[in-house]
Design a protein around this ligand. Structure first.
Ligand code: TXA
Ligand code: MG
Length: 322
């Protein structure tokens, strides 16, 4: 495994070695503005197979394909009018569009006739795709079920020598994965909330509620996700600080090691929801190392708070305290 250091604002020719690995069918972990991705040539079935194997990812959970230009998007998928409009507003950025597939092998889409595509807003990612001269399939670069990686160290923690290359360009800016929307239905549906909020999307399109169905619309939604290696308790409501330390004391009396994390409380998650989002996965990975139980602050489900709570509900147990 090779580690390539790169400047997130100004990547240079060092990216070429990683692009060569992609071209030869290897696995490269790379930064995006959301989280680190584990990339392979999206057109090479064997290469994509290695992603599923390394992650321990169920074969029915499809991958996002990353492109660096609108032309590349048109080449691989059938870009409908709504998708085209959203692409022009939000690409590059943390929005993934589900559209009808044209060219991407079934292993990537888990046999669906749609494909999820995004253009990351990160110079290293865009340069890697450009130099590889092909779209790159990439899930988050964590073992299946673990918190997503926001630093190269997290990727090394999960994979070590199992992958061919990591491009280290420091911590990712957003810290939560992209918003995934289905543009093959109208109103469009949010399949996974992220940094592009429902409120922002509603400026341009009608956004419907994803209907509950026996067949999960976004296969990834049915699996347990983001979980730390210890117990996670999330408290939502007023007086978090008081309630959290009260509860922590009770657990500590019984001999458990307890970590408290909130906005300005204990392990500091930041001053606002954007900082909370950025710090969330890192906090889970830091705190699991030294605790049996994490007590974390929950937030109201508006704006990016929806994405934060979506992850926390999957990672642990959520309680209201007012
Ligand atoms: O920010 C991100 O999106 C990161 C970075 C690396 O780009 N990637 C990421 O990928 O989060 P992953 O594999 O961890 O999550 C992909 C999500 C899953 O929930 C999957 O079910 C959904 O996208 N998805 C992929 N293809 C789909 C499709 N054709 N239809 C519906 N959902 C799809
Ligand atoms: Mg993931």
């Amino acid at each position: 495994m090779i580690i390539i250091k790169s400047d997130p604002e100004n990547p240079g020719d060092e990216i070429r070695a990683a692009a060569e690995i992609i071209k030869k069918g290897g696995l490269v972990a790379f930064p995006t503005e959301t989280v680190y991705g584990l990339g392979a040539d999206a057109l090479n079935e064997d290469a994509v197979g290695k992603i599923f194997k390394a992650k321990g990812r169920p074969a029915d959970n499809p991958l996002i394909v990353h492109v660096s230009s609108f032309e590349q998007f048109y080449e691989i998928a059938d870009v409908n009018e709504i998708a085209e409009m959203l692409m022009k507003k939000f690409f590059p950025g943390p929005l993934t569009l589900v559209v009808k597939n044209k060219k991407i092998p079934k292993i990537v889409t888990a046999g669906l006739d749609t494909v999820a595509v995004r253009m990351p807003n990160h110079r290293v990612a865009l340069k890697l795709i450009d130099m590889s001269e092909r779209p790159i399939a990439a899930p988050s670069a964590n073992k299946s079920g673990r918190p997503s990686p926001t630093k190269a160290e997290h990727v090394i923690e999960d994979f070590g020598e199992e992958i061919d290359c990591i491009i280290n360009a420091g911590e990712t800016k957003i810290g939560l994965e992209s918003t995934v929307i289905d543009t093959t239905v109208y109103p469009v549906e949010i399949l996974r909330p992220g940094a592009i909020t429902k409120e922002e999307l509603e400026k341009y399109v009608e956004v419907g509620e994803a209907k509950p169905s026996s067949i999960p619309r976004s296969p990834g939604m049915k699996y347990r996700h983001y979980a730390p290696r210890c117990e996670l308790i999330v408290l939502v409501g007023k007086n978090f600080e008081e309630k959290a330390f009260e509860l922590a004391k009770e657990f500590e009396k019984k001999g458990y090691r307890v970590g408290v994390a909130g906005m300005g409380v204990g392990y500091d998650l930041g001053k606002n929801l954007e900082e909370f989002a950025k710090n969330l996965f890192k906090a889970l990975r830091d705190l699991e190392k030294v605790n049996d139980i994490i007590i974390m602050q929950g937030v109201e489900e508006v704006g990016i708070g929806r994405a934060i709570m979506n992850r926390l509900k999957k990672a642990g147990k959520v309680y209201r305290i007012d």
